[in-house]
Design a protein around this ligand. Structure first.
Ligand SMILES: Nc1ncnc2c1ncn2[C@@H]1O[C@H](COP(=O)(O)OP(=O)(O)OP(=O)(O)O)[C@@H](O)[C@H]1O
Ligand SMILES: [Mg+2]
Length: 251
């Protein structure tokens, strides 16, 4: 569907995608949207606009009724379960409802993302400590996530999403429960991951985090794109940094 030249540059490609929930909720209607490697993209719109549904389509938690969803050049509608699982290892997701394991510690929750990619235990520890430090949670390393506040749980969900150094990071309302100062910590961490090469999609209705941004902002209304450019412009093309696994301790 893309030219050969575009294939390596575009990491997310939705083509005329629709998703209807029973019986007739048109969560996403005829959406076409491309994202370049190395971009940060804000997906905005009021509650119920379809932001979470788009993130779920990108991770194949949901499948479209119509249209094609491609991630990293792969048509998700045609991927076997095994290949989808492999692709998911390179996609970090921070869900709107966090989906943390409540009886496991903060560190154990974050380690999950790295264990599946066979990261060395010493690297997991160093990286976890570094991310928790960046998010102001250094003292919660051993705490079960059930004992954390909502805002703390939210940050752990983000830590887990970025820890495995995925090529694509999907964050759903990453600042929904956070004060201004903590919001800045989260946005700085995401920006840091982006500089290291990750593509980041942020679904949010927190205008404070995209009001003055240089990054692309797409607004959805009733499942359709009503504002913003659905294709990247050239200035936002491929970031030369990579997300390849290294033993560097920093994030
Ligand atoms: N699993 C589901 N079953 C039925 N309807 C759903 C389901 N998930 C979402 N919807 C509906 O699809 C529409 C889009 O929902 P979605 O969660 O994508 O919106 P959103 O933009 O993420 O909203 P919010 O800002 O509140 O998180 C809404 O009308 C919602 O009620
Ligand atoms: Mg949502």
């Amino acid at each position: 569907m893309n030219s050969a030249n575009n294939e390596s540059r575009i990491i997310v490609d939705l083509v005329k995608v629709s998703k209807t929930y029973h019986p007739d909720i048109h969560a996403v209607s005829d959406v076409s949207l491309s994202v370049n490697r190395g971009e940060i993209l804000f997906l905005t719109g009021r509650s119920g606009a379809g932001k979470t549904t788009i993130l779920h389509l990108l991770n194949r938690i949901e499948s479209p009724d119509k249209g094609v969803v491609e991630v990293a050049g792969q048509d998700l509608g045609k991927l076997s379960q095994g290949k989808m699982q492999k692709l998911r290892r390179s996609i970090g997701v921070a869900y709107q409802d966090f989906k943390l394991l409540p009886d496991r510690s903060v560190a154990q929750n974050i380690a999950i993302a790295m264990e599946v990619t066979y990261t060395r235990p010493s690297t997991i520890r160093t990286r976890t400590k570094d991310i928790l430090q960046r998010l102001g949670l250094a003292d919660k390393y051993h705490t079960p996530t059930a004992e954390l506040s909502r805002g703390e749980q939210q940050r752990v969900a983000i830590a887990r999403a970025v820890a495995g150094r995925p090529q694509l990071i999907l964050t759903d309302e990453p600042t929904g429960n956070l004060d201004h100062e903590t919001t800045t910590l989260v946005m700085d961490l995401l920006s840091h991951c982006n500089k290291k090469g990750a593509t980041i999609i942020i679904a949010t209705h927190d205008e404070s985090i995209y009001r003055q941004t240089d990054h692309r902002v797409i607004e959805l209304r009733a499942g359709r794109i009503v504002n913003g450019n659905p294709v990247p412009d050239d200035s936002r093309r491929h970031n030369p940094a990579t997300t390849e696994e290294t033993d560097n301790a920093d994030t």
